[in-house]
Design a protein around this ligand. Structure first.
Ligand code: IPM
Ligand code: MN
Length: 356
């Protein structure tokens, strides 16, 4: 019997609908090649929905999203609405609401011309970040005292729990074991200056006793940023607290060719995961047919792997890789002159060539 996957689709704001449309073209094509089907259910959450209804996500929305096999998200954010309000309600809302505790962010280079790093090629740049996704400075515990006075005080609390660290660390060890690279796992933190992060150091070491086959390394976030540019080949799997993970993976995106290719998955094994490009809604590029959909296509590949279609996932990733390695796609930026659907056309040609 044909397997059918239920996919919740949140196209969102700005360029979101354009990139999701292209991602779904690829999903559709690969489903035919690999013989599975899917049902996409679209949810309208985003700026327009909020402006019209006054509601970010209705009651029961999270439970409904959780019923699916996976969620595909375009982008969220709109200049008409207070900074961060939509992003916190919808992106962080789903991450926290569904307890998607891992944000998985691969950084892989498919052609040396795509990286700004001199003398580095695909053999040097192939790493994956496990960003903790439900704690840290992102829990939202903050406040202002004497607001708008010269004596104003602001706080934003960094919250870390043993359980939260442990599940991210364990996921990362398992991933390092599964990945056929160097079996190296690097903990990235700032436990020298932020002593609370000693909880990460201790958890990493304790859980690490169960993984003697994994080479365990440590770097402070500042040094890790420097090494990523100087010696990206040292990186295999890295586990990192939420805030630093947000920052270093944008650096990672630049190293692999920019936000036009960087994808991510928000995961809690056994539950519906959410897959998205790392880039935002880019309002100034919306509706102009200039946005590169390759990051969303790469997110579709991650989603396929997650739902249990590793062959289809490899096929889509291979098609992306092939499009870039062959230089049929040479530029992933909005100024490339390549119209949005043209990128997908090329990826689809590669995909069909792989289906023979
Ligand atoms: C990301 C984004 C989000 C984050 C924002 C939009 C809340 O930058 O997915 O990396 O900080 O996690
Ligand atoms: Mn980010």
């Amino acid at each position: 019997m044909t397997k059918t996957y239920n996919i919740a689709v949140i196209s969102g704001d700005g360029v979101g609908p354009e990139v999701v449309r292209e991602g779904l073209r690829v999903l559709d094509a690969v489903s035919r090649i690999d013989g599975f089907s899917y049902k996409a259910t679209h949810y309208p959450y985003g700026a327009e929905h909020y402006l019209q209804t006054g509601v970010m996500m209705p009651d029961g929305a999270l439970q409904e999203l959780a019923q699916h096999d996976a969620i595909l998200l375009g982008a969220i954010g709109d200049p008409r609405i207070e900074v961060g309000l939509l992003e916190r309600a919808i992106i962080a809302g789903v991450r926290f609401g569904l307890d998607l505790f891992v944000n998985l962010r691969p950084v892989k280079l498919y052609h040396e011309d795509l990286t700004p790093l001199k003398g580095k090629g695909p053999a040097d740049i192939d790493m994956i970040f496990v960003r903790e996704n439900t704690e840290d400075l992102y829990v939202g515990i903050h406040g202002f005292f004497k607001k708008n006075t010269p004596d104003e005080v602001a706080i934003q609390e960094m919250v870390m729990t043993r359980k939260g660290c442990e599940r991210a660390v364990r996921y990362a060890y398992e991933l390092a074991r599964k990945r056929a690279k160097h079996h190296r796992l690097m903990l990235i933190d700032k436990a020298n200056a932020l002593r609370g992060q000693d909880i990460w150091t201790r958890t990493f070491a304790e859980v690490g006793k169960e993984y003697p086959d994994i080479h365990q390394e440590h770097a402070y976030i500042d040094a890790a940023c420097m090494w990523m540019l100087k010696n990206p080949e040292w990186f295999d799997v890295a586990v990192v607290p939420n805030m630093f993970g947000d920052i270093i993976t944008d650096l990672g995106a630049a190293v692999q060719g920019g936000l036009g290719i960087a994808a991510s998955g928000n995961i809690h094994p056994g539950q519906a995961g959410m897959f998205e490009p790392i880039h935002g809604s880019a309002p100034k590029h919306a509706g102009k047919n200039v946005i590169c959909p390759v990051a969303t296509i790469a997110a579709v590949a991650m989603m396929l792997d997650f739902v249990g279609e590793p062959r289809a996932a490899a096929r889509v990733e291979g098609a992306v890789a092939g499009s870039l390695a062959s230089r049929r796609i040479t530029d992933l930026s909005t100024s490339s002159g390549v119209p949005t659907p043209k990128y997908t056309d090329i990826v689809l040609e590669e995909l069909h060539a792989r289906a023979l």
